[in-house]
Design a protein around this ligand. Structure first.
Ligand code: NAP
Length: 454
């Protein structure tokens, strides 16, 4: 049986887990070409995970092992829909897997959402992580109070990043432009607003717990908002742990830290305030909710009609991510995902999907392994069914030739490894894991220097 060729579009965790599962296949054997529109791989592991979470980022060593396997190639600076089309990929490969994640934000749909100083967490996270698309964000962090809308791990990441001290930031791979702004920031208080209660929040306990490890940070919760201990026994284990933590912070009182993170529950943003129609953010109007359990047992926030205003100079919207349609690929607007059955794209042959663009923006990095395995199982079964045996596909060399003509700034695996080595070496002096390059011209200078040296 001939070696089959699979293109994977997107190089984040789900793409890499799919690549690993494909390269493990022997019957038929598979080679993998992975594409990314950026010069750098690893998706949200590089550009999403908070820089003060190096342990989570270290999952990239798994991806390096996959990339080192024979049969794997990386092609950066290749954008589907701009540089290459779906049809062109299908002409050259036995199958294509989309692993592009959820690249935009879920909107709040309230007045003032686009005021200066009202920032999508997708943009802010990309900015502090050195994602080239967000390097020019220039957030104004002059005010002393920031508000974060949302009660998930991304809300917690951005709240923490806003309050880290210079020392806590310096040892991380936070982009240089963000280190400068964050260390000069006036923000000393962040209010994290959840629309439901502590028991319904989406934070994971490990992430919450580590707030206690940040010296000088007072964690503040109104005791009236934390459910009574008498009900703890009825809660699922993870929820109970969260509630116990919130109760501990509530019992402890305001604390003595010079930085303050307050959790304010049962609050939905109603309007983002500022002068006139488009003046910068000066505050947020919050609607106060009560909770109601519906017929399906889901706890829902219900507006009581009461309002409160919270002044702030910057507002982060962290209410979830959303997928973006790929040119020429089916897309479900309602869910922001590609419609599929167990990873096989509906109505298509030889096209598959993995990760957040398959199941929506949920789960931790490891969730993508199982998800990718499901898709790859189906893909391999389709290949083994034999219908592609006589098909003509492009050889590895033909693909490389085609891409180098099509994409003048192509970055191959050697190019990425040169960027990686440069960033790690540049970080050494400051005791940082890496000092990120963010600019396309700078990426290409490193890639071309490496190519010349070969
Ligand atoms: P998430 O976990 O889905 O949390 C979204 C939050 O936004 C929820 O609290 C949700 O409240 C709230 N929300 C949604 N619509 C809202 C609205 N209109 N008004 C007010 N609040 C609203 O999403 P995420 O924080 O973006 O995280 C995405 C995934 O990445 C999650 O699976 C997360 O665990 C993971 N992640 C993990 C880590 C880590 O492990 N360290 C770090 C970052 C992200 P409701 O519950 O009421 O809908």
């Amino acid at each position: 049986m001939r070696t089959h060729a699979v293109a994977i579009v997107g190089s984040g965790p789900s793409g890499f887990y799919a690549a690993g599962a494909l390269l493990d296949a022997e019957d038929p054997p598979v080679r993998v070409d992975m594409f990314d529109r950026l010069a750098t791989p690893w998706g949200l592991v590089r550009a999403g995970v908070a820089p003060d979470h190096p342990k989570i980022k270290s999952v990239s060593t798994q991806y390096e092992k996959i990339a080192a396997q024979p049969g794997f190639r990386f092609f950066g600076h290749v954008c589907l829909g701009e540089d290459v089309t779906v049809d062109e990929l299908l002409e050259r490969y036995d199958a294509v897997i989309y692993a592009v994640g959820s690249q935009t934000e879920r909107r709040l749909g309230i007045p003032g959402e686009d005021r200066l100083g009202s920032l999508a967490s997708v943009d802010f996270v990309g900015w502090y992580n050195g994602h080239p698309d967000y390097a020019d964000l220039e957030p104004d962090l002059g005010a002393s109070r920031a508000v974060v809308i949302g009660a998930g791990n991304v809300a917690l990441d951005v709240a923490r990043m806003l309050l880290l001290t210079e020392d806590e930031l310096r040892g991380t791979d936070t982009a240089d432009h963000a280190v400068d702004v964050l260390t000069a920031s006036g923000v000393r208080e962040v209010v994290v607003c959840g629309r439901r209660g502590p028991a319904e929040a989406a934070f994971t306990t490990t992430e919450l717990r580590e707030l206690d490890d940040l010296p000088g940070l007072a964690v503040v919760v109104d005791p009236a908002q934390v459910p009574d201990a008498a009900g703890d026994a009825d809660l699922p284990k993870a929820t109970r742990r969260n509630v116990e933590l919130f109760r501990k912070w509530a019992d402890r009182g305001d604390g003595t830290g010079d930085r303050r993170m307050e959790f304010r529950f049962l609050r939905s943003p109603v309007a983002i305030l500022g002068d006139g129609e488009d003046g910068p953010v000066t505050g947020v109007e919050l609607g106060i909710n009560r909770l109601e359990t519906d017929d399906e047992g889901r706890v829902r926030p219900v507006d009581t009609g009461e309002r409160e205003t919270l002044e702030c100079g910057v507002l982060l919207r962290a209410v979830g991510y959303r997928g973006v349609a790929l040119p020429g690929v089916p897309f479900d607007e309602a869910t922001g995902t590609i419609p599929h059955t167990e990873g096989r794209i509906e109505g298509r042959e030889r096209e598959y999907v993995v990760g957040w663009i398959k199941r929506g923006p949920t789960g931790i990095i490891g969730t993508n392994r199982k998800d990718a395995n499901e898709t790859v199982r189906g893909l391999l079964a389709d290949l083994a069914a034999g219908t592609r045996e006589d098909a003509t596909i492009a050889s590895a060399e033909e693909v490389e030739q085609w891409l180098s003509q099509r994409c003048p700034d192509l970055v191959d695996l050697d190019g990425w490894e040169a960027i990686d080595a440069h960033e790690r070496a540049a970080g050494q002096d400051g005791g940082r894991p890496r000092r990120k390059v963010v600019d396309r011209t700078a990426f290409m200078a490193l890639v071309r220097e490496q190519a010349r040296a070969q």
